[in-house]
Design a protein around this ligand. Structure first.
Ligand SMILES: [Zn+2]
Length: 449
């Protein structure tokens, strides 16, 4: 919540004042401040930020906040300079921005998520500050929640895809306008790859490959995955392809305007879809998309020149070909991430070190790249990178990085030495991690050991 635009009663120190209303009271050791917000929100979107926090304006309705002084603020202000443009793009695509402020708070590195879409003030991991404006993508995602998720919330966690599938779709539409179609297609490609990985992860629990899941007795953190994001995206993209973009845009705007400030379930969405796009149920197998397991046959791998080029370069790696300087000259973190994730799980250790000595991936400032590389290094048995793995696991608490690194260290074919290393690092880093992150790491240990 942002203090700047909220109605705020100045705290009164010292003696209780008879003029203070009943709801606000003060005494020698307490200060009560009262805030109000006009827009209704569900409780999961309410959060406190407490600390020695400074702020700097970067747009007419945006201020970045951070601990750590001028240097951190400076870097954040540079990284997020394009935010106002993104908000305006969002408004043109999805309707008015209803939350007045769009402030950004950069949190300490133990924050377990990439971002949290708290209305009026998004919380962000510091790992999105990469110095090349690619962190704007996480911001595009959290901004997209201003329309999908925050404005229309899923009624239960079983309808979580209504939040994240729509937001992933909306995020990519914003990215397409701000950073171009090629970048948006690359993101779809990375998501497509991630969706396939989840099918392998859930091969014995196919329930969680459905869009609408049954979660009775299930801890949502245990089954958190890319499925609601990427399968949800694919479903909406499929509808867009069926009816054409102009009609789908019109439908989206109407959907948002109809259900804003409400919590809805999947059936409500489907009824609205069928009422507004007559006959859609005869053109798309809605039941299969929503209640079926796996990836429907009419989901689509994106057509992207960069994506195709990177995937084929990754395939050539097995025969010993490392990409040339020229081939990687236009690559950012996402391209490297896609390349590394498409390499075989285990390759010759000498190939891994050769790749790193050429491109210094283990030293990347971009954690997406560094973690993807370290994962490859562990599974290929490159012990010389264990110290870097340890440093990384003690430096950041974002679950996106903890999950693959710990999993690779303790999974089926990991050596005893690697399992012991993982246990020791966790014992030493445990207090630094957020409780939700601890739970995730501990469940990796309990299922793998
Ligand atoms: Zn989200």
């Amino acid at each position: 919540m942002s203090a700047s635009k909220l109605s705020r009663r100045e705290p009164v120190l010292g003696e209780a004042s008879p003029s203070v209303p009943e709801s606000v009271w003060c005494s020698h050791d307490r200060i009560v401040e009262e805030f109000s917000m006009n827009q209704p929100i569900p409780p999961y979107l309410f959060a406190f930020a407490v600390g020695d926090i400074d702020g700097r304006d970067i747009g007419p309705r945006t201020r970045v906040y951070a601990e750590g002084g001028a240097e951190v603020l400076e870097a954040a202000a540079r990284e997020f300079a394009g935010v106002e443009e993104m908000v305006m793009v969002g408004e043109s695509l999805f309707g008015p921005y209803e939350w007045e402020r769009f402030d950004l708070l950069v949190l300490p590195p133990s924050f377990p998520y990439g971002g949290m879409e708290n209305p009026r003030m998004v919380f962000l991991t510091p790992t999105v500050i990469k110095g090349d404006a690619t962190g704007a993508q996480v911001v595009a995602h959290e901004l997209a929640h201003s329309w999908t998720g925050n404005l229309i919330t899923n009624k239960t966690n079983e309808d979580f895809w209504l939040n994240e599938g729509f937001t992933t779709y909306a995020e990519r539409r914003i990215v397409e306008v701000v950073q171009g179609k090629e970048r948006a297609d690359l993101n779809i490609g990375i998501g497509w790859r991630g969706l396939h990985d989840e099918m392998i992860r859930f091969k014995d629990k196919m329930e969680f490959t459905k869009l609408k899941t049954k979660q009775e007795g299930v801890d949502p953190d245990d089954v958190y995955s890319q499925v609601p994001y990427e399968k949800g995206f694919q479903f909406l993209w499929r509808i867009e392809r069926q009816i054409g973009r102009p009609a789908f845009d019109e439908f989206l705007k109407k959907y948002i305007a109809t259900f804003k400030f409400q919590s809805i379930d999947t059936d409500t969405f489907l009824e609205f879809l069928k009422a507004n796009i007559p006959g859609i149920e005869n053109q798309i197998n809605l039941h299969l998309w929503v209640n079926g397991t796996g990836i429907p046959p009419d989901a689509m791998e994106p057509v992207s020149a960069i994506y195709t080029e990177i995937v084929s370069l990754a395939r050539e790696f097995i025969s010993g070909k490392v990409p040339t300087e020229e081939e990687v000259s236009h690559w950012h973190g996402q391209e490297w991430e896609l390349y590394l994730e498409n390499l075989p799980n285990s390759v010759e250790a000498s190939q891994v070190t050769a790749l790193d000595s050429r491109y210094r991936l283990s030293e990347s400032q971009d954690f997406e790249v560094k973690v993807a590389f370290l994962q490859l290094a562990i599974s290929s048995g490159c012990k010389e990178y264990f110290a870097e793995v340890e440093r990384t696991l003690k430096q950041v608490g974002r679950m996106k990085y903890l999950r693959p690194l710990y999993t690779t260290l303790v999974q089926g074919n990991a050596k005893e030495e690697e399992r012991l290393l993982a246990k020791r690092i966790y014992e030493e880093a445990r207090d630094f991690y957020h409780p939700i992150a601890r739970g995730v790491v501990e469940s990796i240990f309990s299922t793998r050991l």
